[in-house]
Design a protein around this ligand. Structure first.
Ligand code: ZN
Length: 238
């Protein structure tokens, strides 16, 4: 909160609890300085947060005179809760400028996003999970196939360092075609491995294969066809 916002908050709490009235202007100025300092990292409003409401609720519930900590403590709890709910992975639609293999870029964007949530400028992203029906069973099957050798929360933290795997898990959760479930007929990358591109070293002219961030288009087509065939087979048997 800016000193101006803190002054407005103080005026509001004094109106709700007249015991807080200070007749001495110097004492009032001291109190404003103290509150402004202690609440400088607490926003006035943020998604799911309103400092004035928190102050009001405290005055309504507690017999004790309100302190700056009665506003800052709930804010830190709220912030921790928001960060805890944030999945920490990226929807490509929200970050169209990011290259999935640009680990540094992902790391910076993740840090920026967490910071924005921490200071209340952004609401957390939570996945809309598919929770029921044959689609949910298919999602579970695919996630099981990818293997969960670490808790989901750890996997989410590591997602930025493992963009290929994060992308596969995202596709599985969305029940969308995963190109890596089929081999690539263009570069011969086997099932489960990313497509490769050729890189020629200009000094010794040796050819090297590098994993590509994006699968070859024919592989996407093949995977989509396989996905639809599996979907149709499920619907026929259901
Ligand atoms: Zn390929």
């Amino acid at each position: 909160m800016t000193p101006r916002e803190v002054a407005a908050l103080l005026a509001y709490v004094v109106r709700l609890d007249p015991r807080l009235t200070l007749d001495d202007p110097a004492a009032a100025a001291d109190r404003l300085t103290q509150w402004a300092d202690l609440l400088s990292d607490v926003p006035a409003t943020a998604p799911g947060w309103d400092a004035a409401r928190v102050a009001r609720d405290h005055i309504a519930r507690s017999p004790y005179r309100i302190q700056p900590s009665d506003v800052s403590r709930p804010w830190h709890t709220h912030k921790a809760d928001q960060l805890g709910r944030h999945v920490g992975t990226f929807e490509p639609t929200a970050h169209p400028h990011l290259d999935p293999d640009d680990v540094e870029g992902y790391r910076r964007a993740l840090a920026a996003e967490r910071h924005a949530i921490a200071i209340g400028q952004q609401a957390p992203t939570t996945h809309r999970a598919i929770t029921a029906g044959p689609a949910a069973a298919e999602v579970e099957r695919r996630l099981a196939q990818l293997g969960t050798y670490m808790p989901r929360t750890v996997a989410q933290t590591l997602a930025t360092y493992r963009p290929h795997r994060a992308e596969r898990e995202r596709l599985a959760r969305a029940d969308a075609p995963d190109p890596l479930t089929v081999a690539c007929t263009w570069c011969a990358a086997p099932e489960g491995e990313p497509c490769r591109g050729r890189a020629v070293n200009p000094r010794n002219e040796q050819t090297r294969h590098r994993p590509r961030s994006k699968p070859h288009p024919c592989r996407i087509e093949d995977a989509t066809a396989a996905h639809l065939a599996r979907r149709n087979a499920q619907e026929t048997s259901a």
